[in-house]
Design a protein around this ligand. Structure first.
Ligand SMILES: [Fe+2]
Length: 255
C-alpha cells in the first residue's frame, strides 16, 4: 500500500519559477484588500439552494434502506479522503500568504488537531469511525462507478485555482450543509442506533464557515482579475451538477 500519492514535479518547479518570472512583492506579502462578496460569487452560492439537494429521492430511499445508507457511507469514504487532499493541492496555488492562511483554516478544519499521533477530529477519521460502528468491514469498501465519475468530474472542474475554489467551496463545502442534513434524517430512520453525530455534525457545523472563507477569497481574486469570474461560476455550476448526477446514479442502484 502506497502512503504517498502522485506528484507533479513540473508543477513544483513552475511554482518556484513563477516567483522569479512574475515577482510582485505586494501580491505575496501584503494583505489583500477586503472586498464585499462579488456578485458572481453570490450567484454561484445560490446554485446550492436552487439544486434542492436535500430533497433528492436518494435520501428518502436511504431512510428506508439500511443497505443504501451503508453504501452511501462506503462511497463517502472515498469522497471525504480525496476532498481533503484536493484542498491541500489548492492551498499551494494561493500566492498571497494571508489568503493562503485563511484558506488553510478550511484545510485545518478538515484535518483537526493531532493527539498521540491520531487526527482524532479529522473528517476522514470520523467517517472511518462511523463506518466501523456500522459494522462495515474495510475489505468490503470499494469505489463504485458513480463515485469514480463524480470525483473525476470534480477534478475536471478544478482546471484553474479559481475553478478549484468554485468547485470545492460551492459544489462541496456549501453543498454538504443541506446534503448532510438529509443524510442525518436518513440515519434517524434507517439506523437510529448508530451514533452518526460526530461525523455529520462536524461537517454541518463547520462547512458554512468553510464555504464563506472560500467565497471571500474568490471574491478578492475576482476583484483583482475580473476575467476569473466566469471560470468560478462555471466550476461551481459543474460541480453542483456533478454531485446531483452522483445522487441520481446512487438512487438508480437502489430502485
Ligand atoms: Fe469543510
Amino acid at each position: 500500500m502506497a502512503l504517498t500519492g502522485p506528484w507533479n514535479a513540473e508543477l513544483a518547479s513552475q511554482l518556484v519559477e513563477s516567483n522569479f518570472v512574475q515577482w510582485k512583492y505586494g501580491a505575496r506579502f501584503l494583505p489583500t484588500e477586503t472586498v464585499p462578496l462579488h456578485p458572481v460569487v453570490e450567484e454561484a452560492s445560490r446554485l446550492v439552494p436552487e439544486s434542492g439537494v436535500e430533497r433528492h429521492p436518494f435520501f428518502a430511499l436511504a431512510g428506508r434502506s439500511r443497505p443504501a445508507l451503508e453504501f452511501w457511507v462506503t462511497q463517502e469514504l472515498f469522497v471525504t479522503g480525496v476532498f481533503a487532499q484536493l484542498l491541500g493541492l489548492t492551498s499551494s496555488a494561493l500566492v498571497n500568504v494571508h489568503q493562503r492562511a485563511r484558506f488553510n483554516l478550511v484545510l485545518q478544519g478538515e484535518h483537526g488537531g493531532v493527539k498521540d499521533g491520531i487526527a482524532r477530529a479529522s473528517h476522514p477519521w470520523l467517517l472511518h469511525k462511523l463506518a466501523h460502528s456500522m459494522g462495515i468491514a474495510p475489505d468490503s469498501v470499494e469505489p463504485a462507478q458513480p463515485t469514480y465519475d463524480f470525483l473525476r468530474d470534480l477534478a475536471f472542474s478544478m482546471s484553474s485555482p479559481i475553478g478549484a475554489l468554485g468547485a470545492l467551496g460551492v459544489g462541496n463545502e456549501q453543498m454538504l450543509v443541506p446534503e448532510y442534513g438529509a443524510v442525518k434524517s436518513a440515519f434517524e430512520s434507517a439506523a437510529p442506533e448508530v451514533e452518526h453525530g460526530d461525523f455529520l455534525n462536524a461537517n454541518i457545523y463547520e462547512d458554512t464557515e468553510h464555504s464563506a472563507l472560500i467565497a471571500h477569497i474568490a471574491s478578492e481574486l475576482i476583484a483583482h482579475d475580473p476575467s476569473l469570474a466566469d471560470h468560478y461560476l462555471a466550476a461551481a455550476r459543474s460541480s453542483v451538477t456533478a454531485r446531483m448526477r452522483y445522487y441520481d446514479r446512487l438512487a438508480d442502484l437502489y430502485t
